[in-house]
Design a binder for this molecule. Structure first.
Ligand code: ADP
Ligand code: MG
Length: 308
């Protein structure tokens, strides 16, 4: 006989419907065949999707709360990189079995972050299979104000938020079997949403750093048809190699005009995150690294690529 406490409807009502949040922008959320959402007048819809797969994006030693947090955080980071404000998410969850504890903790991690940024879970899907988590995020921004990868100009400053490399250092420790450090940015990356909004109308290009600084900055430069030299000594990190080639930072890297009175310090204060200038955009293609002694090299890019 079917166990009704394990029916899809029960699972959705118990664990996911509570993440629906009463939000005036949600005309219809979880429970119908599709969600109906109100995009504010004068704004554009901004959307992206990210999938987390066990043993690729997280591991059995990660806590379910951290996995829930991260599944949403990586998507919020994409909204931040666009300068968008997130409002809605959908969640497609593939589970090997129903484990009450796991679902309690996963939804607590996901839900706490969603609540902090006023993001309503408006739909999703459930299936049985190898643990896989797909979150689609939807947000808005004023028409024409999206921060793109392609707008960097020669002479612009290159800045990064926060610190780089800490998550990759922690992952390396865990893979060596060293004890897990709680509260690592590997588990609980902090999406830089306030920074993304503050950069509207100021940054010329932006990207979030998820696959190593070199790989992601190179993506921005390629899209902008430019190159750059960055200074190793200025990169905010405790481990330069992990900052350049590691991943999972979810900080923002952006370019901005090098005005005499540039407001980087004000933007940092407004966004509540340190910002560091690390280099300058140049016309010659390629990404060059100046070491502390002044020597310039073009390092090979070893950051993460699923198929690279
Ligand atoms: P359908 O078969 O019409 O696609 P489902 O039975 O899959 O509908 O889902 C019922 C409702 O629950 C829908 O509104 C769907 O968006 C929502 N839902 C299903 N799974 C999830 C989930 N993991 N998280 C949030 N909402 C979900
Ligand atoms: Mg469905």
């Amino acid at each position: 006989m079917a166990d009704s406490s394990r029916s899809e409807q029960h699972i959705i009502e118990r664990w996911f419907a509570p993440l629906g949040l009463a939000n005036a922008s949600v005309e219809l959320g979880i429970g119908d065949d599709a969600a109906v959402l109100n995009v504010p007048a004068g704004e554009q819809l901004v959307t992206s999707v990210d999938t987390l797969v066990e043993d690729v994006h997280f591991r059995a030693f990660d806590s379910p709360a951290a996995i829930g947090h991260k599944a949403l955080a990586v998507n919020l980071s994409d909204m931040a990189a666009m300068g968008a404000t997130p409002h809605w998410a959908t969640l497609a969850l593939t589970l090997p079995q129903i484990n009450d504890n796991w679902l309690d903790e996963f939804t607590a991690g996901f839900g706490a972050l969603a609540k902090r940024f006023d993001v309503a879970l408006v739909g999703g899907d459930l299936s049985r299979g190898a643990l896989t988590i797909s979150v689609q995020i939807m947000g808005t921004l004023p028409v024409g104000q999206a921060l793109r990868r392609s707008g960097a100009n020669v002479g612009d400053l290159i800045c990064v938020s926060g610190r780089l490399g800490d998550a990759a250092v922690e992952l390396r420790r865990r893979l060596r079997g060293e004890p897990v450090r709680a509260d690592s940015p590997l588990d609980f990356p902090q999406p830089r949403l306030a920074l993304g909004v503050a950069l509207r109308g100021y940054a010329t290009a932006a990207i979030d750093v998820s696959d190593g600084l070199l790989r992601d900055l190179q993506r921005l430069l390629t899209a902008s048809n430019a190159g750059a030299t960055i200074n190793a000594a200025e990169i905010p990190t405790g481990d330069l190699d992990m900052a350049l080639h590691g991943g999972d930072d979810y900080e923002l890297c952006f370019t901005a005009p090098a005005l005499c009175e540039h407001p980087i310090a004000e933007i940092a204060a407004q966004a509540g995150v340190p910002l560091t200038e690390i280099g300058v955009v140049e016309s010659a293609a390629g990404l060059r690294l100046r070491d502390a002694g002044g020597g310039v090299t073009e390092p090979s890019i070893k950051g993460f690529d699923h198929f690279g």
